[in-house]
Design a protein around this ligand. Structure first.
Ligand code: G3P
Ligand code: CA
Length: 247
């Protein structure tokens, strides 16, 4: 089973922060990091999960209504004296680049199923290319149309289609492969861990990366380990989890 740090080490550190990513990149056995991107009002790529800043910062409102300069004044609740700030994608790539050039992976989820953020695909593909880390990136989205855009911009990009249900991931991936003339199995399936609703034989050896909600910071450490065997038997090849450091 391959283990990915979901929003970084987000059980014990604030999600989608440089701290959570730095912790994750230093955990043995972690395959890579998953994070979420959105666009600011002035078109900057920032790393944050919710469309609004309310849950994770001391601000109120939609990410798309803040300029980058305004977003950077917000504080992320860490429980420590030093505040964290919402990172830009450039800051994250500055941090991860050496690892990404050495086999570490990064799953960039385009958070665009509610607001489409026109032009976001072009910006992230260009930035990734500037850093020269294309081979280590997997792009995913709950909005398959966006993944077609990524493919148009970078035909070699690795894609993963997100949905709560594995069956929906499979059907979307098959449709996209047909539209894009890609071989069967080229597009990975990223289902919810609770949505494994089809049998192993239907998966035909595809990559299945399942995500698990779990608890986010400031929950206490759980220290608990998942039973990967049953997920392996269900065809899961990779998991996104919040507390990878316990494995
Ligand atoms: O990419 C897997 C997972 O992160 C998708 O759900 O809501 O945590 O972004 P969410
Ligand atoms: Ca995500």
């Amino acid at each position: 089973m391959k283990i990915w740090a979901h929003r970084g080490c987000s059980q014990n550190y604030p999600e989608n922060t440089l701290t959570s990513f730095e912790k994750a990149m230093n955990v043995d056995k972690v395959t890579g990091i998953e994070l979420d991107i959105q666009l600011t009002k002035d078109g900057e790529l920032v790393v944050i999960h919710d469309e609004k800043v309310d849950r994770t910062t001391d601000g109120i409102g939609f990410v798309r209504d803040f300029t980058l300069r305004e977003l950077k004044t917000l504080h992320i609740r860490t429980g420590k004296d030093e505040p964290e700030h919402i990172p830009t994608m450039r800051e994250v790539l500055d941090l991860l680049k050496p690892k990404l050039l050495n086999g570490f992976k990064l799953n960039i989820e385009l958070k665009n199923s509610i607001y489409q953020y026109p032009g976001m695909e072009a910006k992230i593909v260009k930035l990734v290319s500037e850093y020269g880390v294309q081979d280590s990136i997997v792009y995913s989205s709950f909005y398959p149309r966006s993944l077609l855009n990524v493919h148009d911009l970078e035909p070699g990009a690795k894609l993963g289609v997100l949905n709560s249900w594995l069956s929906n991931c499979l059907f979307a991936a098959k449709g996209m492969e047909k539209i894009l003339n890609l071989s069967e199995g080229s597009i990975a399936l990223h289902p919810g861990g609770g949505g494994l609703d089809i049998s192993l034989d239907m998966l035909e050896g595809r990559i299945v990366r399942a995500w698990f909600g779990g608890h986010l910071y400031p929950s206490k450490p759980t220290g608990g380990r998942m039973d990967f065997d049953k997920f392996t038997k269900a065809g899961v090849t990779d998991v996104f989890i919040n507390e990878p450091e316990v494995y």
